[in-house]
Design a protein around this ligand. Structure first.
Ligand SMILES: *Cc1c(COP(=O)(O)O)cnc(C)c1O
Length: 367
């Protein structure tokens, strides 16, 4: 029965986000203990959270009766120092997903256009639709961003360009020089939202922090997260780095206590644990090389990845996803991204990677 409520008409056209399936969900469905199941579906850190983060959160628990610091003072100070920016350059979100939504509130309305690449992160189209703006999707080149074509798509109505580097779900990336030329070419009245959720996995990332700190990039917002290399996806913490004027505008949209006390404490601990970050990067680089080697041996097409996951072409992605899931390995089908022949596998521990690949081989084996 249709609801009698006068809902926001935009809701009808909003695609819904399909997250990776939680381990507990699949365990219930298969009647297996959760410990028998591995999840290589959401690009989480397979090494877990840092021990320093856990210890800091345990200490913070005792004050759970108090509201968190709405300005996340200590976390902001610490992060600003580590990045070499001012606290006024930073805004925190409940996941960087919330930063994407702030952008919508700040810049989008029904007369606005938003430029994205084909195979872009699913949240950009969702937020664009939420604000009834027009999505302009630029065809990908070799599964990655075609930056010149994205520039050419700018019109007087363009308000935001989203670029994820590395990109999810393809794992493609653009090199630092190419990206810099693009950043220079985006007109000042268009916000370049540069999604750097996976930047910590790059060996030679473009570093725009100094330019942002000196006020030279008023139309660039970097978006980063504690969900990936820092291993804190369950806490929901992301941040934006931008010009103080842009940050001040976004701060008006942010709800006062969007970052809870445990997240603030955990993130401070995680920032101190540089060894954990290094270990995560090493495990990831090894895992990527291992998957690439095995895919080549198996003659499976894959997209070379700069992130912590890899796309591999398996034929019927939905069937392979379901088959692997029956074997206790959760990966991500890509039909929602118009990549129905592919699945996305997050890099796990070496043991998880072996189990994931064994499941894939078993599902692909001729019957
Ligand atoms: C994982 C991811 C994020 C981070 O999301 P959070 O809300 O911070 O967990 C942002 N952008 C992309 C492209 C991602 O893949």
């Amino acid at each position: 029965m249709p609801t009698p409520l006068a809902l926001n008409p935009a809701l009808e056209f909003i695609p819904s986000y399909q997250p990776g399936r939680p381990i507990e969900d699949v365990a219930r469905e298969l009647g297996l203990p959760p410990t028998d199941i591995i999840k290589l579906a959401s690009n989480e850190n397979p090494l877990g959270p840092s021990r320093l983060a856990l210890a800091a959160m345990r200490r913070a628990l005792k004050q759970a009766n108090l509201y968190p610091d709405g300005n996340a003072f200590y976390l902001k100070q610490k992060l600003a120092r580590q990045l070499g920016v001012a606290p006024a350059n930073l805004i925190f979100g409940n996941g960087s997903n919330e930063i994407i939504e702030f952008i919508g509130h700040a810049l989008l309305a029904s007369d606005a256009e938003v430029i994205v690449s084909q195979y872009c992160f699913a949240v950009y189209p969702i937020v664009t639709a939420l604000f009834q703006a027009t999505l302009v999707t630029v065809p990908a080149r070799d599964y990655g961003h075609d930056l010149p074509a994205m520039l050419a798509a700018i019109t007087p109505r363009t308000r935001v360009i989203f670029v994820a580097n590395p990109n999810n779900p393809t794992g493609t990336h653009v090199d630092a020089d190419t990206l810099r030329r693009f950043v220079d070419a985006v007109p000042e009245n268009v916000l370049l939202a540069l999604d750097e959720a996976y930047i910590e996995f790059l060996d030679h990332p473009l570093n725009l922090l100094a330019e942002i700190a000196s006020g030279l990039r008023p139309n660039v917002l970097l978006m980063r997260t504690f969900s990936k290399v820092y291993g804190l996806a369950g806490l929901r913490l992301g941040y934006g780095v931008g010009h103080p004027n842009l940050i001040a505008a976004l701060e008006k949209i942010r709800q006062p206590f969007n970052i809870n006390a445990l997240s603030q404490a955990g993130a401070i601990g995680a920032l101190e644990d540089t060894a954990h970050v290094e270990k995560t990067r090493r495990n990831n680089a090894r895992g990527l090389r291992w998957f690439a080697r095995r895919f080549r041996q198996l003659k499976l097409e894959y997209i070379p990845s700069a992130a912590n996951f890899v796309l591999v072409r398996v034929g019927d992605g939905q069937r392979v996803f379901a088959g692997m899931q029956k074997l206790g390995v959760i990966v991500r089908p890509m039909g929602g991204y118009q990549l129905g022949e592919w699945i996305r596998i997050s890099v796990g521990t070496p043991k998880e990677n072996r189990r994931g690949l064994a499941a894939l081989i078993q599902v692909l084996a001729p019957v």
